[in-house]
Design a protein around this ligand. Structure first.
Ligand code: UT7
Length: 319
């Protein structure tokens, strides 16, 4: 029998404040019509000062532990994906560890921007399969509202804050994470980046994006990596019950599905309610679809994401 990392539970957390496009249009030169037509986004949640990446992550983790029926003290590994940590250091993973009352486990952050959750999942999967831990928390959490330029309408309308978490459990059998594939191409650093950092400007900086070029790369890279991960798992697109994609733009989701010949009703779409929450978007979408009954035990899922770097990746999972 093969030791695999099985998804034992999921959870998510959103900031209290929900902001619709119409509300945003009161302070930014934009319109509900433009945002919906170009992106499919209708609302996003924005964090208040007392809501941080780590507090949202801890809330999502508690919900995931609860669903899994696993005590926080049984967790041996926390991998947290974020590009917006509470502080430059310590890692947000260790902050979440303390909030959950775990005295000793492996805990660290990974940083691959919007692909962060796929990187975190792949790392945690390897560590669970090789016996580093029997139970792991994999979290994607972001507060992108803190790095948005609210004067730049081409970016500030696109993002939201939130967190999602999965509990992975080592199990012998056929379900669990079947395959993961990760990529990066640093030649495209300048298409999506933050114009600050501790080692350069000494400031946090603001997000900058050449949206149209990112869009073009996203469709090509995502359809390629989805094909790749299905091949690695010995599966065909027709075997897939649900695609759980990074939620950047409804048009990217449609175009990617079409390229793979996947019907739109198999794509989990939450971008309308959450906007782009970077590393949080895949686990947030996953948890939403589990809790509303779309994703069921035994379903074959593919998770995918693409983001700054560029980075991109996918995972095939038997839930
Ligand atoms: O998570 C990481 C991955 N990120 C992504 O995948 C994002 C990928 N890119 C996209 O989703 C799209 O490219 C955007 C949604 C960012 C932009 O959509 P677009 O169809 O590529 O629009 P555009 O940037 O070409 O802008 C079209 C027009 C421009 O006006 P002109 O020059 O044609 O007169 C913009 O000034 O829309 C204007 N515009 C806006 N108008 C109202 C740009 N932003 C806004 C806005 N409200 N918020």
């Amino acid at each position: 029998m093969t030791r695999r990392a099985v998804i034992a539970g999921s959870g998510s957390a959103l900031p209290r404040q929900r902001v619709t496009n119409a509300e945003l249009a009161e302070r930014v030169d934009t319109s509900d019509e433009w945002i919906v037509e170009r992106t499919g986004i209708r609302a996003r949640h924005l964090a208040a000062p007392d809501e941080t990446t780590a507090t949202l992550a801890a809330d999502a983790a508690r919900a995931a532990l609860d669903m899994a029926g696993i005590a926080a003290t049984d967790i041996g590994l926390i991998v947290l994906a974020t590009a917006t940590p509470d502080q430059t250091f310590p890692s947000s993973a260790t902050k979440v560890q303390a909030m959950l009352g775990i005295d000793d486990c492996v805990a660290f952050d990974v940083h691959a921007v919007c692909t962060g959750f796929l990187y975190a999942l792949s790392v945690a999967d390897s560590m669970v399969r090789t016996g580093v831990a029997d139970h792991a928390l994999v979290i994607g959490a972001e507060t992108f509202s803190r790095i948005l330029d609210w004067e730049d309408r081409t970016t500030c309308v696109l993002f939201g804050d939130g967190a999602g978490a999965l509990v992975l459990k080592a199990e012998e059998g056929t379900r669990g994470i079947l395959a993961t594939r990760l990529h990066a191409d640093g030649r495209h650093n300048d298409l999506l980046y933050v114009d600050g950092g501790p080692s350069t400007t000494g400031t946090v900086g603001k997000l900058r994006m050449k949206g149209r070029e990112v869009f073009r790369h996203a469709v090509v890279n995502l359809s390629a990596v989805l094909g790749e991960v299905l091949g690695a798992a010995g599966l065909e697109p027709a075997d897939v019950d649900w695609v759980v994609p990074h939620q950047a733009n409804a048009r990217i989701l449609d175009a990617t599905a079409k390229k793979l010949g996947l019907p739109p009703e198999k794509i989990v779409v939450t971008v309308d309610q959450h906007a782009n929450t970077s590393a949080a978007s895949v686990p947030l979408a996953f948890d939403t679809a589990v809790r509303d009954g779309r994703i069921k035990r035994g379903d074959l899922l593919v998770l995918e994401a693409m983001g700054g770097g560029f980075t991109w990746g996918a995972a095939a999972v038997r839930y």
